[in-house]
Structures are given as C-alpha cells and as structure tokens.
Design a protein around this ligand. Sequence first.
Ligand code: NAD
Ligand code: ZN
Length: 362
Amino acid sequence: IRERVDTGHSQYDIVIGTGLLAQIGQFLQELNVKASSRHLIITDTNVQAAGHLSPVLASLQAAGYRAEVFVIPAGEASKRLELAEQAFEFAYEAGLDRHSVVLALGGGVVGDFAGFVAAAYMRGISFVQLPTTLLAHDSAVGGKVAVNLSGAKNIIGAFHQPLAVIYDIAALQTLPIGELRSGFAEAIKHGIILDAELFAWMTEQTPSILQNDPVAMGELLARSCRIKAGVVSADEQERGLRAILNFGHTLGHAVETLAGSGHFRHGEAVAIGMVAAAELSVNLGYCAPTAAAEVEAMVERAGLPTRIPAHINTEELIKSMQKDKKASGGTLTFVLLCRIGEVEIVKDVPPERVREVIASRR
Ligand code: NAD
Ligand code: ZN
C-alpha cells in the first residue's frame, strides 16, 4: 500500500507492507541514496532486542550500503539534547557527509530523536522513517522532529520531512499490548477529527486490532496514515488546519507531563484528554452528549484510561496547559468536538469550564 504526502515543497511516499525491513536496501536504491557515503541507523535497545535491526543491516549490506548503528536506551528520556550531541559526534566520527542518510528504526521516540539529529547535522541531511510501533503512524508522518527539555515536551526541534516512510507491519508483531493500545489512541483520534467512517470501522474491528491481526492492522495503518498525510499536505507548518491533530492533546500533554515519568504512555494520556475534550465540547454546546458518549465508549473498548489520577493537581494542570507551546499568551485553546468526524479549534476557553471538566473526570 502506498500513500503520498505532498506539502508543496516536499513529496514522499508512505509504503505499508509485510517484510519491508528486509528490503530496505532496495528502497534506498530506488530513492537514489548513494552507496559511496556512510549512513546511520538510529534505533533503541528494545527494537534491537526484538530482532528488527538484523534484517535492516543484512538488506543494506546486500545492496552495497555501509551503515553505522547508534542505539539509544528505550524510552522518552532519550529525547534529550545531550544524547543528540553524542549522536552528532558519532555521526561525524563515522564520516557521515551531506549525502548520508539517517534511518530511524523504532517508535516515536526514535523517530523524533533521529529526525532531529538528521535535521541539524550539517544543516540537515535526509532521513527515512522505519516505524515499528502503531503510534508511529502518527509521529513518522508529518516531519515534526524534536527533543525535550526536562519539564517540557518537544521544545527543541524542527520541521524536517523524511525521504520516505517504510512501514513493516510484521515488525508490530513483537509490540507489547500496552504499546498497541497507546498507538490505537492516536488512530481513534484521526477517526474522531476527520473520518466518521473510519471511527465506525474501528469500533467494529477493535478486537482484531488488539489481537494485532495483520490484515486489520494494515488497513488501520493505511487509513490513519492517509488522514495524517492529508492534513500535513494541506498545512505543513501548523498555521491552521494541522492544529486539529491536537485533539485530546491540550489536557493530554499536561496529564502526561504531570503524572510523572513512566506513569502514562503518550496515547494513554491522549485518551484521557480526548474524553475530557469531548465532555468540554458538550458543556460548551459544541456537540450532543451522544457524541461524547461514543468517544468514551470507544476509548474504553480499546482498554485505554479515561480518568485523571487523583495525585495530579488541577491548578498545575491548568498552568501546564497555559505553558504548552501550542498555547498563546497563557490562554487555553482546545480542539472541540462538533460530531464524530468533525472538530473545531476554539480559543480563549475559560479556565473555569476546564476546571469543571477536570473535576468530573476524576
Ligand atoms: P516509543 O518509541 O518509546 O515506543 C514504545 C515502546 O515500544 C518503547 O519501549 C520501544 O522501545 C518499544 N518498541 C518499539 N517498537 C517495538 C517493537 N516492534 N517491538 C517491541 N518493542 C518495541 O514510543 P511511541 O509510542 O512509538 O511514540 C511516542 C513518542 O512519539 C513520544 O515521544 C511523542 O512525543 C512522539 N510523537 C511525535 C509525533 C510527531 O508528530 N513527531 C506525534 C505523536 C507522537
Ligand atoms: Zn500524540
């Protein structure tokens, strides 16, 4: 399955299929990547341990490519500048030049980190996304790359579109169920914001998706990537439409940050944020209670959390939302639900109304 992203000044393919990691060498040849330069694979410890690095290395070698490997510790904590600096030094020592390509083999953490390294090394070299999580259908498409500051997510980064996204469905077979659910949350989001039909399909297919059925997974990835690609093609740098992708993220990011490291996965926090945003939408008169109930039922069916833990302070949540880089001047902006498949960006939501929803989501 191929989907195309076209932002106007950047075009690339998303290729989805089974066994693609063992064909990376041929893909690089098709993309006219030079065999005379050294290349760099960035992956994490879990992805390597799950056995996904070996086929990539073998395929590159068979196609005549020389690649070095930089392995980062699995987990969000690796999205930091000091580790990026080590990667820059590693790349420089290995002799990477302006024709070199970075291969990001892993989930969203590896994709964001490796994409950031590629965006800054020698003022930007090409990179290819090789996503290995379900969540990465979201993070690998769109060109947002970043590392974190200690208390704030994705603050140091760039827009840097990949040369291609090559998605091997088979790699998802080793993904733990918790990670599958977390990624499913972002797919649910894509249905809610733009595609009622996809939402209905996901409702039916939830058991197959949670069993990691390759056919259901392939269709889910294709449909969700198509939505993300469409939004990014229309608005690469988030001047308007792209902001709808933040549905569930205003509160979700705050919950993710304040719950403490390791408490919630990204998609889990987003799930809580989506249910809260839907309730806020009802309270502010943007949608019918039935639409919010559908969101909550879907999130529950996926086995994702719907409630804000008691140890997270309401005022800290509000403060964190006001400081989010997507906020402007300390006001609260929410993506609100109108109906399944349609949302609206609403600025200056009164903090009082948000406090009410936080209280009711405990
Ligand atoms: P992740 O990369 O940490 O992967 C989740 C876990 O699964 C990790 O422990 C990883 O080592 C492991 N793993 C990955 N692939 C595996 C496989 N095939 N088999 C076994 N284990 C595997 O996290 P994620 O959920 O993929 O991504 C979350 C990150 O993505 C966050 O940092 C978030 O900010 C970022 N993100 C970025 C964007 C964007 O537009 N750039 C969008 C959404 C999320
Ligand atoms: Zn997200």
